[in-house]
Design a binder for this molecule. Structure first.
Ligand code: GUN
Ligand code: ZN
Length: 429
């Protein structure tokens, strides 16, 4: 039996050896080494002990025949309370927030509702092979506590925090700075660093427009005091840019709003970054700040295309992200396919292999987890995904098939620390 109640294990709790075709990411190049037949040995804690080619007389059966194993997907930006309104086509960003997002997020004031959706949310991550995510919760303490508890039950890796908002939304979603920061402190004590550091509290001001200067400064102090990551939205759409400039007349530009309140550094994660100026990109690089690239969301809300190749060339860490609810999928493969399209539109193509690397290893590095997850090497946590590959696909077509042939079947298996997870709480309605 599992020590995560409610999770069905399909194999021994401490699974010793996996055998199969492997995509082993390289650390510094956005590339994979293909190992046609490998053995991965795990220790009792779910850490990878060794990786080697299977000997010719190997008697261990292939774990997932026909599939390929790679590191679990890392979603660097996703919204838990938008699970049930995924795909709501109600306009560009600011209208979509008012019409679709805020009414749904208000339902998370009720703990039982949040608990139910937390189960659906974790099921959906597992079903798509995502083993780690940077997550926006709602603005409620209880909903965020319920999300942490569900991540913990499943053994998923997550950074999250309650979404900080004290203006420009329905009252149900707003909290005074002092109360919001106190709620954060309780959650930090309860969850930050839990499960051998797999759960982390992340300071999460929604964006400039939802926060007073006082709340932004309080958020920065909280992050500083506890050494926490900060996540927010930056330069997603032009209307938002103009509204932000009007709300913060003293700041030189959008990134400047966050700089002026102490929120920018090498533990700051900015979603979107579609409309940054050259000067802002320079400062992003200088701060060693991180980008969560959300191409599917950017298409759905007609926000624009983030210049991925430019950001990479500047040495900026960039992870891929669903941004689900504005993104229409939990699938990081689909997001990688959208990133491919967005790069084509900008006439700065990026290869499927590089995008798959960014959806896994690159995401781990972006979140400061490059020594724990995102690789298949000794000492790394065995957070892995097995993906179906059609039998006729040869090595030269492998990355194309993984990115673009979604019809070839669902994710075959998802592992966290060597334990296979299955979605167990299907929604009844
Ligand atoms: N900007 C502020 N809040 C949100 C959100 O929930 N989704 C997206 N895509 N952008 C935002
Ligand atoms: Zn978002």
């Amino acid at each position: 039996p599992s020590h995560h109640p409610g999770v069905t294990l399909l194999s021994e709790p401490t699974l010793r050896t996996l055998r199969g075709r492997l995509l082993c990411p390289e650390q510094n190049n956005a590339r994979f080494e293909l190992v046609p037949d490998a053995l991965i040995e795990l220790d009792a804690h779910g850490l990878i002990q060794s990786v080697r080619a299977a000997p010719s007389d190997c008697r261990i059966p292939e774990t997932h025949p026909g599939a390929v194993l790679l590191p679990g997907f890392i979603d660097t930006h996703i919204h838990f309370p938008q699970t049930r309104m995924l795909g709501s086509a109600s306009g560009p960003l600011l209208q979509w927030l008012e019409r679709s997002v805020f009414p749904e997020e208000a339902r998370f004031a009720e703990r039982a509702y949040a608990e139910q959706v937390a189960r659906e949310f974790c099921d959906a991550l597992i079903a798509q092979g995502t083993t780690c995510a940077a997550i926006f919760s709602s603005s409620h303490f209880d909903a965020t506590d319920a999300l942490f508890a569900e991540l913990d039950r499943r053994g998923l890796r997550g950074l999250t925090g309650l979404t900080l908002m004290d203006r420009s939304a329905p009252a149900m979603l707003l909290q005074e700075p002092a109360a919001a920061l106190e709620a954060c402190s309780v959650l930090i004590d309860r969850w930050h660093g839990r499960d051998k550091n797999r759960l982390r509290f992340c300071v999460t001001p929604r964006f400039g427009l939802s926060c007073t200067p006082e709340l932004l400064r309080g958020a920065a102090r909280l992050a500083e005091r506890h050494g926490l990551w900060i996540q927010t939205h930056l330069a997603e759409n032009r209307e938002e840019l103009h509204a932000t400039a009007a709300a913060f007349p003293a700041s030189t530009d959008y990134l400047g709003v966050y700089e002026d309140h102490g929120l920018v550094g090498n533990h700051s994660l900015f979603a979107h970054c579609v409309w940054l100026s050259e000067g802002e990109w320079d400062r992003m690089a200088r701060h060693d700040a991180v980008v969560a690239h959300c191409p599917d969301s950017n298409f759905f809300l007609n926000s624009g295309c983030m210049p991925l190749r430019q950001a990479i060339h500047r040495g900026i860490r960039v992870g891929l992200a669903t941004d689900m609810g504005a993104g229409r999928t939990f699938s990081m493969r689909r997001v990688a396919a959208s990133a491919y399209d967005a790069a084509l539109i900008l006439q700065a193509p990026v290869s499927p292999e590089a995008l798959l690397w960014r959806a896994t290893t690159g995401g781990a590095i972006a979140l400061g987890l490059g020594a724990q997850v995102g690789r298949i090497a000794p000492g790394y946590e065995a957070d892995l995904v097995a993906l179906n590959v059609p039998a006729h696909v040869g090595p030269e077509g492998l990355f194309d098939a993984l990115l673009f042939q979604h019809d070839a079947g669902p994710v075959r298996a998802t592992y966290v620390r060597g334990q296979r997870l299955t979605p167990t709480h299907r929604s009844e309605d």
